[in-house]
Design a protein around this ligand. Structure first.
Ligand SMILES: [Zn+2]
Length: 240
């Protein structure tokens, strides 16, 4: 009787182990936690970032995105985040700036979308210098712009057409020569003036992986397949 109970216990333990092993083999790991910050002027942040981009990123099954426009909650949210996406042009208070700085300097990744690559905050010059590698102070008139992949070997441009067009604001992004440098992956060209600016790039940083996408004014980019692929690729590259 005792022997039989023992064997039953062993069998149950073995089955439990099998279930656990099968679960991890199927990749049922917890999704990576992303904090996305929006809010400010000139854009429908909630619709195109909080809903659309969140949906695009979560469609991979690998990420869980928390969207907020309450910048005072950044320090609390970052304690439970693996990766940060900034899209906002509303101000971030000193505690929020400090929490973001600590987060990135620990080596966590950062993705900058559209309005977040602007020179938004006079009280935080280190943001543009260290995390954006420069910035925009103006943009070309809203129009259909040409996007051209200039580094097809980078993970962020995989599956992206060599050339694609959508209506957006072409930011006049200027790299800061005193910063650590950026690597341009996609350029944007104005059809009206032929002017060319960085459209998608990575930012050199000692510890953190940082990427920027300068387009994203409204649905014409957010619903475009090339934009969606770039967004997912950028998150994947930063997360890995
Ligand atoms: Zn815009």
């Amino acid at each position: 009787m005792n022997l039989s109970m023992n064997n039953t216990m062993k069998l149950l333990a073995g089955l439990a182990l099998l279930v656990v092993t099968a679960g991890s083999a199927l990749g049922q790991s917890k999704p990576l936690r992303i904090l996305m910050v929006g809010g400010g002027g000139s854009h429908d942040f909630g619709r195109w970032y909080g809903q659309e981009d969140k949906k695009t990123i979560e469609s991979t099954g690998k990420y869980s995105v928390t969207y907020t426009e309450h910048t005072d909650s950044i320090p609390a949210y970052l304690k439970q985040a693996d990766l940060l996406i900034l899209t906002n042009n509303q101000p971030i208070s000193a505690p929020g700036q400090a929490a973001i700085t600590k987060f990135i300097e620990k080596g966590h990744g950062l993705l900058l979308l559209h309005a977040a690559v602007w020179y938004n905050w006079a009280d935080w010059p280190a943001y543009n210098l260290n995390y954006v590698g420069g910035g925009s102070k103006s943009h070309e008139k809203l129009q259909e712009i040409k996007n051209l992949v200039v580094n097809s070997g980078h993970p962020i441009t995989q599956g992206v057409p060599a050339k694609f067009e959508f209506v957006d604001e072409l930011y006049r992004f200027v790299p800061d020569p005193t910063a650590k440098g950026i690597e341009v992956l996609v350029i944007g060209q104005s059809k009206e003036t032929d002017a060319v600016y960085p459209g998608v790039f990575t930012v050199n940083h000692r510890k953190a992986k940082i990427a920027g996408i300068t387009t994203g004014h409204d649905e014409r980019s957010h619903e475009h397949e090339a934009y969606k692929t770039l967004l997912i690729n950028a998150v994947n590259w930063i997360a890995n």
